[in-house]
Design a protein around this ligand. Structure first.
Ligand code: AQP
Length: 327
Protein backbone atom coordinates (compact mmCIF):
# COMPACT_ATOMS: atom_id res chain seq x y z
CA UNK A 1 0.00 0.00 0.00
CA UNK A 2 1.41 3.42 -0.93
CA UNK A 3 2.10 5.80 1.92
CA UNK A 4 0.56 9.28 2.15
CA UNK A 5 1.78 11.92 4.58
CA UNK A 6 0.32 15.23 5.63
CA UNK A 7 0.79 17.80 8.40
CA UNK A 8 -0.82 21.10 9.33
CA UNK A 9 1.19 23.51 11.41
CA UNK A 10 -0.32 24.58 14.74
CA UNK A 11 0.75 28.15 13.96
CA UNK A 12 -2.80 29.40 14.34
CA UNK A 13 -6.25 27.86 14.64
CA UNK A 14 -7.16 25.71 11.64
CA UNK A 15 -9.15 27.42 8.89
CA UNK A 16 -11.40 26.33 6.04
CA UNK A 17 -8.22 26.65 3.92
CA UNK A 18 -6.55 24.02 6.11
CA UNK A 19 -9.64 21.83 5.74
CA UNK A 20 -9.97 22.14 1.97
CA UNK A 21 -6.28 22.25 1.08
CA UNK A 22 -5.08 19.69 3.61
CA UNK A 23 -7.41 17.60 5.80
CA UNK A 24 -10.07 16.89 3.16
CA UNK A 25 -7.57 15.15 0.89
CA UNK A 26 -6.34 12.98 3.73
CA UNK A 27 -9.91 11.96 4.58
CA UNK A 28 -10.62 11.08 0.96
CA UNK A 29 -7.44 9.07 0.59
CA UNK A 30 -7.40 7.25 3.94
CA UNK A 31 -8.98 4.09 2.54
CA UNK A 32 -6.55 3.89 -0.34
CA UNK A 33 -3.27 4.69 1.39
CA UNK A 34 -1.21 3.92 4.44
CA UNK A 35 -1.87 7.39 5.83
CA UNK A 36 0.33 9.35 8.20
CA UNK A 37 -0.92 12.66 9.58
CA UNK A 38 1.08 14.66 12.09
CA UNK A 39 1.15 17.95 13.97
CA UNK A 40 4.26 19.85 12.82
CA UNK A 41 4.80 21.84 15.99
CA UNK A 42 8.51 22.33 15.22
CA UNK A 43 7.47 24.09 12.03
CA UNK A 44 5.19 26.38 14.01
CA UNK A 45 8.10 27.82 16.02
CA UNK A 46 9.78 29.15 12.87
CA UNK A 47 7.74 32.25 13.75
CA UNK A 48 7.13 33.47 17.32
CA UNK A 49 4.50 31.50 19.28
CA UNK A 50 2.89 31.87 22.65
CA UNK A 51 3.86 28.59 24.43
CA UNK A 52 0.53 28.20 26.23
CA UNK A 53 -1.48 28.75 23.09
CA UNK A 54 0.78 26.44 21.08
CA UNK A 55 0.44 23.53 23.51
CA UNK A 56 -3.31 24.03 23.67
CA UNK A 57 -3.58 24.07 19.90
CA UNK A 58 -1.69 20.81 19.45
CA UNK A 59 -4.45 18.84 21.15
CA UNK A 60 -7.19 20.94 19.59
CA UNK A 61 -5.80 20.23 16.13
CA UNK A 62 -5.71 16.47 16.68
CA UNK A 63 -9.32 16.59 17.92
CA UNK A 64 -10.17 18.60 14.80
CA UNK A 65 -8.43 16.10 12.51
CA UNK A 66 -10.66 13.40 14.02
CA UNK A 67 -13.76 15.60 13.86
CA UNK A 68 -13.11 16.31 10.18
CA UNK A 69 -13.13 12.59 9.46
CA UNK A 70 -9.55 11.41 9.97
CA UNK A 71 -10.04 7.85 11.23
CA UNK A 72 -7.49 6.92 13.93
CA UNK A 73 -7.71 3.27 12.90
CA UNK A 74 -6.71 4.09 9.36
CA UNK A 75 -4.17 6.83 10.07
CA UNK A 76 -0.97 7.06 12.04
CA UNK A 77 -1.34 10.32 13.98
CA UNK A 78 1.65 11.81 15.80
CA UNK A 79 3.40 14.91 17.07
CA UNK A 80 6.56 15.99 15.25
CA UNK A 81 8.50 17.24 18.30
CA UNK A 82 8.08 13.89 20.06
CA UNK A 83 10.31 12.21 17.51
CA UNK A 84 13.89 13.51 17.49
CA UNK A 85 14.68 11.92 14.13
CA UNK A 86 12.86 14.70 12.26
CA UNK A 87 15.43 17.27 13.36
CA UNK A 88 18.33 14.83 13.11
CA UNK A 89 17.51 14.05 9.51
CA UNK A 90 16.77 17.69 8.77
CA UNK A 91 20.35 18.60 9.65
CA UNK A 92 21.69 15.88 7.36
CA UNK A 93 19.47 17.14 4.53
CA UNK A 94 20.52 20.74 5.12
CA UNK A 95 24.05 19.57 4.42
CA UNK A 96 22.81 18.21 1.09
CA UNK A 97 20.75 21.23 0.00
CA UNK A 98 22.26 24.05 -2.02
CA UNK A 99 21.78 27.68 -0.98
CA UNK A 100 20.45 28.43 -4.47
CA UNK A 101 17.68 25.87 -4.04
CA UNK A 102 16.68 27.11 -0.59
CA UNK A 103 16.77 30.71 -1.85
CA UNK A 104 14.17 29.94 -4.51
CA UNK A 105 11.41 28.97 -2.04
CA UNK A 106 8.59 31.43 -2.64
CA UNK A 107 6.75 30.72 0.61
CA UNK A 108 9.83 31.90 2.51
CA UNK A 109 9.85 35.09 0.47
CA UNK A 110 6.17 35.70 1.28
CA UNK A 111 6.40 34.77 4.96
CA UNK A 112 9.64 36.65 5.66
CA UNK A 113 8.01 39.87 4.47
CA UNK A 114 5.48 39.54 7.30
CA UNK A 115 8.15 39.20 10.03
CA UNK A 116 10.33 41.81 11.67
CA UNK A 117 13.15 39.50 12.71
CA UNK A 118 13.23 36.55 10.36
CA UNK A 119 14.59 33.34 11.91
CA UNK A 120 17.00 30.97 10.17
CA UNK A 121 14.38 28.30 10.95
CA UNK A 122 11.89 30.03 8.66
CA UNK A 123 14.48 29.83 5.88
CA UNK A 124 15.27 26.15 6.46
CA UNK A 125 11.60 25.21 7.02
CA UNK A 126 11.32 23.41 3.64
CA UNK A 127 14.29 21.20 4.56
CA UNK A 128 12.65 20.14 7.83
CA UNK A 129 9.58 19.42 5.73
CA UNK A 130 11.73 17.28 3.42
CA UNK A 131 12.92 15.35 6.50
CA UNK A 132 9.29 14.85 7.64
CA UNK A 133 8.52 13.29 4.27
CA UNK A 134 11.69 11.30 3.55
CA UNK A 135 11.96 9.81 7.03
CA UNK A 136 8.88 7.68 6.33
CA UNK A 137 9.41 7.04 2.61
CA UNK A 138 6.12 8.79 1.84
CA UNK A 139 4.86 8.25 -1.71
CA UNK A 140 2.37 11.09 -1.74
CA UNK A 141 2.05 14.41 0.07
CA UNK A 142 -1.30 16.19 -0.34
CA UNK A 143 -0.57 19.92 -0.43
CA UNK A 144 -2.14 23.17 -1.49
CA UNK A 145 -0.54 24.70 -4.58
CA UNK A 146 1.57 27.00 -2.35
CA UNK A 147 3.44 24.04 -0.84
CA UNK A 148 4.09 22.16 -4.10
CA UNK A 149 7.53 23.72 -4.40
CA UNK A 150 8.50 22.29 -1.01
CA UNK A 151 7.63 18.75 -2.09
CA UNK A 152 9.65 19.31 -5.24
CA UNK A 153 12.62 20.30 -3.09
CA UNK A 154 12.18 17.09 -1.06
CA UNK A 155 12.23 15.14 -4.34
CA UNK A 156 15.41 16.85 -5.50
CA UNK A 157 17.19 16.23 -2.20
CA UNK A 158 16.08 12.57 -2.16
CA UNK A 159 17.31 11.98 -5.72
CA UNK A 160 20.64 13.67 -4.99
CA UNK A 161 21.16 11.65 -1.82
CA UNK A 162 20.21 8.38 -3.52
CA UNK A 163 22.60 9.08 -6.38
CA UNK A 164 25.49 9.82 -4.06
CA UNK A 165 25.00 7.15 -1.38
CA UNK A 166 22.82 4.52 -3.04
CA UNK A 167 19.08 4.03 -2.82
CA UNK A 168 17.96 5.37 0.58
CA UNK A 169 14.83 7.51 0.22
CA UNK A 170 11.62 7.03 -1.68
CA UNK A 171 11.03 9.97 -4.06
CA UNK A 172 7.70 11.58 -3.02
CA UNK A 173 5.01 13.14 -5.20
CA UNK A 174 2.77 16.13 -4.40
CA UNK A 175 -1.00 15.59 -4.59
CA UNK A 176 -2.80 18.81 -5.50
CA UNK A 177 -6.60 18.98 -5.10
CA UNK A 178 -8.49 19.85 -8.29
CA UNK A 179 -10.96 22.19 -6.60
CA UNK A 180 -10.08 24.56 -3.83
CA UNK A 181 -6.36 24.43 -4.47
CA UNK A 182 -6.13 27.83 -2.85
CA UNK A 183 -8.74 29.43 -0.60
CA UNK A 184 -8.28 33.17 -0.42
CA UNK A 185 -8.82 35.64 2.39
CA UNK A 186 -12.40 36.96 2.33
CA UNK A 187 -11.28 40.56 2.86
CA UNK A 188 -8.26 40.45 0.54
CA UNK A 189 -9.19 37.79 -2.02
CA UNK A 190 -5.86 38.13 -3.81
CA UNK A 191 -4.11 36.76 -0.71
CA UNK A 192 -4.22 33.18 0.64
CA UNK A 193 -6.39 32.60 3.71
CA UNK A 194 -3.74 31.95 6.38
CA UNK A 195 -4.36 30.87 9.96
CA UNK A 196 -1.56 32.98 11.45
CA UNK A 197 -2.68 36.31 9.94
CA UNK A 198 -3.37 38.85 12.64
CA UNK A 199 -6.23 40.40 10.67
CA UNK A 200 -8.94 37.75 11.12
CA UNK A 201 -12.00 39.31 9.49
CA UNK A 202 -11.31 37.49 6.23
CA UNK A 203 -10.48 34.12 7.80
CA UNK A 204 -12.99 31.43 8.70
CA UNK A 205 -11.66 29.29 11.51
CA UNK A 206 -13.06 25.79 11.92
CA UNK A 207 -14.14 26.69 15.46
CA UNK A 208 -15.80 30.03 14.63
CA UNK A 209 -19.38 30.35 15.87
CA UNK A 210 -22.26 30.29 13.40
CA UNK A 211 -22.81 34.01 13.92
CA UNK A 212 -19.18 34.86 13.22
CA UNK A 213 -19.05 32.63 10.12
CA UNK A 214 -22.15 34.28 8.66
CA UNK A 215 -20.86 37.75 9.46
CA UNK A 216 -17.48 37.08 7.83
CA UNK A 217 -19.01 35.62 4.67
CA UNK A 218 -21.69 38.32 4.35
CA UNK A 219 -18.98 41.00 4.54
CA UNK A 220 -16.63 39.29 2.06
CA UNK A 221 -15.11 41.71 -0.43
CA UNK A 222 -16.50 41.28 -3.98
CA UNK A 223 -16.66 43.75 -6.92
CA UNK A 224 -19.09 46.24 -8.43
CA UNK A 225 -20.13 44.28 -11.53
CA UNK A 226 -23.08 42.54 -9.81
CA UNK A 227 -22.74 39.43 -11.99
CA UNK A 228 -21.83 36.00 -10.70
CA UNK A 229 -19.26 34.06 -12.72
CA UNK A 230 -15.87 32.50 -12.15
CA UNK A 231 -12.91 34.70 -13.14
CA UNK A 232 -9.98 34.57 -10.74
CA UNK A 233 -8.12 37.46 -12.38
CA UNK A 234 -10.92 39.99 -12.55
CA UNK A 235 -13.32 38.71 -9.90
CA UNK A 236 -11.17 37.17 -7.14
CA UNK A 237 -13.78 37.68 -4.39
CA UNK A 238 -16.67 36.05 -6.26
CA UNK A 239 -14.42 33.30 -7.61
CA UNK A 240 -13.26 32.55 -4.06
CA UNK A 241 -16.86 32.30 -2.83
CA UNK A 242 -17.70 29.95 -5.71
CA UNK A 243 -14.64 27.84 -4.88
CA UNK A 244 -15.64 27.65 -1.22
CA UNK A 245 -19.19 26.64 -2.14
CA UNK A 246 -17.91 24.07 -4.60
CA UNK A 247 -15.50 22.57 -2.07
CA UNK A 248 -18.10 22.32 0.69
CA UNK A 249 -20.98 21.10 -1.47
CA UNK A 250 -19.03 18.75 -3.72
CA UNK A 251 -20.58 20.44 -6.79
CA UNK A 252 -18.12 21.17 -9.61
CA UNK A 253 -17.06 24.77 -10.22
CA UNK A 254 -18.95 24.74 -13.55
CA UNK A 255 -22.16 23.53 -11.89
CA UNK A 256 -21.71 26.00 -9.03
CA UNK A 257 -21.29 28.84 -11.51
CA UNK A 258 -24.41 27.70 -13.37
CA UNK A 259 -26.42 27.41 -10.12
CA UNK A 260 -25.65 30.97 -9.07
CA UNK A 261 -25.57 32.77 -12.41
CA UNK A 262 -28.80 34.69 -11.73
CA UNK A 263 -28.16 35.34 -8.04
CA UNK A 264 -27.27 38.71 -6.59
CA UNK A 265 -24.16 38.86 -4.41
CA UNK A 266 -26.11 38.96 -1.14
CA UNK A 267 -28.01 35.77 -1.95
CA UNK A 268 -24.88 34.03 -3.17
CA UNK A 269 -23.14 34.85 0.12
CA UNK A 270 -26.09 33.55 2.09
CA UNK A 271 -25.97 30.20 0.28
CA UNK A 272 -22.21 29.99 0.79
CA UNK A 273 -22.67 30.76 4.49
CA UNK A 274 -25.38 28.05 4.79
CA UNK A 275 -23.20 25.33 3.35
CA UNK A 276 -20.16 26.34 5.43
CA UNK A 277 -22.18 26.65 8.65
CA UNK A 278 -23.83 23.27 8.16
CA UNK A 279 -20.49 21.50 7.74
CA UNK A 280 -18.61 23.37 10.46
CA UNK A 281 -21.36 22.87 13.03
CA UNK A 282 -21.16 19.10 12.45
CA UNK A 283 -17.38 19.25 12.85
CA UNK A 284 -17.63 21.33 16.03
CA UNK A 285 -20.05 18.90 17.67
CA UNK A 286 -17.71 15.97 17.05
CA UNK A 287 -14.69 18.08 18.07
CA UNK A 288 -16.21 18.69 21.50
CA UNK A 289 -16.88 14.99 21.97
CA UNK A 290 -13.26 14.14 21.12
CA UNK A 291 -11.89 16.88 23.38
CA UNK A 292 -13.95 15.54 26.29
CA UNK A 293 -13.09 11.89 25.70
CA UNK A 294 -9.31 11.71 26.27
CA UNK A 295 -8.85 9.98 22.91
CA UNK A 296 -6.35 12.61 21.72
CA UNK A 297 -3.59 11.51 24.10
CA UNK A 298 -4.30 7.87 23.37
CA UNK A 299 -3.98 8.42 19.62
CA UNK A 300 -0.78 10.49 19.96
CA UNK A 301 0.86 7.89 22.23
CA UNK A 302 0.13 5.11 19.78
CA UNK A 303 1.41 7.19 16.88
CA UNK A 304 4.60 8.13 18.71
CA UNK A 305 5.44 4.52 19.38
CA UNK A 306 4.88 3.46 15.80
CA UNK A 307 6.76 6.25 14.03
CA UNK A 308 9.72 6.20 16.38
CA UNK A 309 10.64 2.71 15.20
CA UNK A 310 10.33 3.54 11.51
CA UNK A 311 12.24 6.80 11.87
CA UNK A 312 15.05 5.32 13.92
CA UNK A 313 15.63 2.62 11.34
CA UNK A 314 15.76 5.14 8.50
CA UNK A 315 18.03 7.50 10.38
CA UNK A 316 20.44 4.70 11.29
CA UNK A 317 20.63 3.75 7.62
CA UNK A 318 21.43 7.37 6.77
CA UNK A 319 24.10 7.58 9.49
CA UNK A 320 25.70 4.41 8.22
CA UNK A 321 25.79 5.63 4.63
CA UNK A 322 27.29 8.97 5.64
CA UNK A 323 29.96 7.47 7.90
CA UNK A 324 28.43 9.01 11.03
CA UNK A 325 28.73 7.25 14.39
CA UNK A 326 30.67 4.08 15.09
CA UNK A 327 28.82 1.28 13.30
N1 AQP B 1 -5.88 28.97 2.18
C1 AQP B 1 -5.51 27.75 1.82
N2 AQP B 1 -5.96 27.23 0.67
C2 AQP B 1 -5.61 25.99 0.29
N3 AQP B 1 -4.79 25.20 0.99
C3 AQP B 1 -4.32 25.69 2.13
N4 AQP B 1 -3.51 25.17 3.05
C4 AQP B 1 -3.35 26.03 4.07
N5 AQP B 1 -4.05 27.16 3.82
C5 AQP B 1 -4.65 26.97 2.63
C6 AQP B 1 -2.92 23.85 2.89
O1 AQP B 1 -3.07 23.14 4.10
C7 AQP B 1 -1.94 22.30 4.29
C8 AQP B 1 -1.36 22.53 5.64
O2 AQP B 1 -0.64 23.69 5.64
P1 AQP B 1 -0.02 24.33 6.93
O3 AQP B 1 -1.11 24.68 7.84
O4 AQP B 1 1.01 23.44 7.49
O5 AQP B 1 0.79 25.54 6.37
P2 AQP B 1 0.43 26.78 5.57
O6 AQP B 1 0.22 26.48 4.13
O7 AQP B 1 1.53 27.73 5.86
O8 AQP B 1 -0.94 27.28 6.18
P3 AQP B 1 -1.31 28.73 6.65
O9 AQP B 1 -2.71 28.69 7.11
O10 AQP B 1 -0.95 29.74 5.62
O11 AQP B 1 -0.40 28.85 7.93
P4 AQP B 1 0.50 30.03 8.38
O12 AQP B 1 -0.39 31.20 8.58
O13 AQP B 1 1.14 29.58 9.64
O14 AQP B 1 1.50 30.23 7.30
C9 AQP B 1 -0.95 22.61 3.17
O15 AQP B 1 -1.07 21.64 2.20
C10 AQP B 1 -1.41 23.94 2.67
O16 AQP B 1 -1.10 24.13 1.31
Amino acid sequence: MKRLLTGLQPSGDLTIGSLIGGIKQSVEYQNEYDSFIFVPDLHAITVPQDPTLLRDRIKKNVALYLACGINPNKNTIYLQSENVYHTNLSWVLECHTYMGEANRMTQYKDKSKKQENVSVGLFTYPILMAADILLYDADYVPVGIDQKQHVELARDIAMRFNKKYGSTFNVPNPLIPKVGAKIMDLQTPTKKMSKSDTETKGIIFLLDSEEVIRKKIMSAVTDSEAKVYYDIENKPGISNLLTIYSSFSGLSIEKTEEKFKDFNYGNLKKEVADVVVEKLMQIQKKYQEYMDSGIVDEVLNQGREKVEKIARQKYEEVMHKLGLGRN
